[in-house]
Design a protein around this ligand. Structure first.
Ligand code: GTP
Length: 229
């Protein structure tokens, strides 16, 4: 999809204008060595757009919730072991009525970040259905990560951390709790994905395999913003 076309399906403000068009056009020309497609999936209102905005701009999209329409993407280049890795991150609409649109994009994604909201039991219960869809439509070797978002909302929590950990273990995928509001673990989630994809793409036979689970455990709780290596 071209940037122009993508802008028409952007999360739109109420008067129909897109917030992100100019920035996206500027970032298209950013230098990079290797590029990967990452998709954000999960029920409506779990915080997919907010996670993306937090990672890209370091800001929190508070205020009125405006559901994503269709699908949109934004790019961010991160440094991984002296390589510039471009993540093209696709933000999908969680609403059921857009599902057929997003299915078409699954097969191009090298990684999927699957989100639930720790204050919403239905969004957690639906993770199994999301994983079924992923297995149906995505590439067989796609990298999947489970994220329990809104970890700042401790008082409203209905999904325990251990429940998320158990589910992730059952499916053999890495897991962490994030907050788009405070930034906790947001950069770590994307950086871990970037490292895993970069290692898969450039791995030499004699090199030790990158262990994404170990990397996440060693970096968790360090911060949401900076200093990750
Ligand atoms: N407290 C808190 N609120 C959050 C967090 N992430 C998102 N929100 C709020 O949750 C609501 C939904 O966030 P979105 O990012 O728009 O949700 P989405 O998953 O993109 O929803 P769809 O576009 O419908 O798929 C908004 O009101 C956000 O401000 C978070 O980490 N903490």
């Amino acid at each position: 999809m071209s940037a122009r076309k993508a802008s028409l399906t952007d999360k739109q403000s109420r008067n129909g204008t897109s917030k992100y068009v100019l920035e996206r056009c500027a970032s298209i020309n950013e230098y990079y060595d290797i590029a990967f497609k990452v998709m954000l999936l999960g029920d409506s209102a779990v915080g997919k757009t907010c996670i993306l905005v937090r990672f890209k701009d370091g800001a929190f999209l508070g205020g009125n919730f405006i559901a994503t329409v269709g699908i949109d993407f934004r790019n961010k280049v991160v440094d991984v072991d002296n390589l510039k890795v471009k993540l093209q991150i696709w933000d999908t609409a969680g609403q059921e009525r857009f599902r057929s649109v997003t299915h078409a994009y699954y097969r191009d994604a090298q990684a999927l970040l699957l989100l639930y909201d720790i204050t919403s039991k239905p969004s957690f219960d639906n993770i199994r259905a999301w994983l079924t869809e992923i297995h149906e439509y995505a590439q067989k070797d796609v990298v999947i990560m489970l994220l329990g978002n809104k970890s700042d909302m401790a008082a409203e929590r209905v999904v325990k951390t251990e429940e998320g950990e158990r589910l992730a273990k059952e499916y053999g995928v890495p897991f962490m709790e994030t907050s788009a509001k405070t930034g906790v673990n947001v950069e770590l989630a994307f950086l871990a994905i970037a490292k895993e994809l970069k290692h898969r793409a450039t791995q030499q036979p004699n090199e030790p395999k990158f262990q994404i689970h170990d990397y996440i455990e060693s970096q968790k709780h360090k911060s949401g913003c900076c200093g990750l290596k």
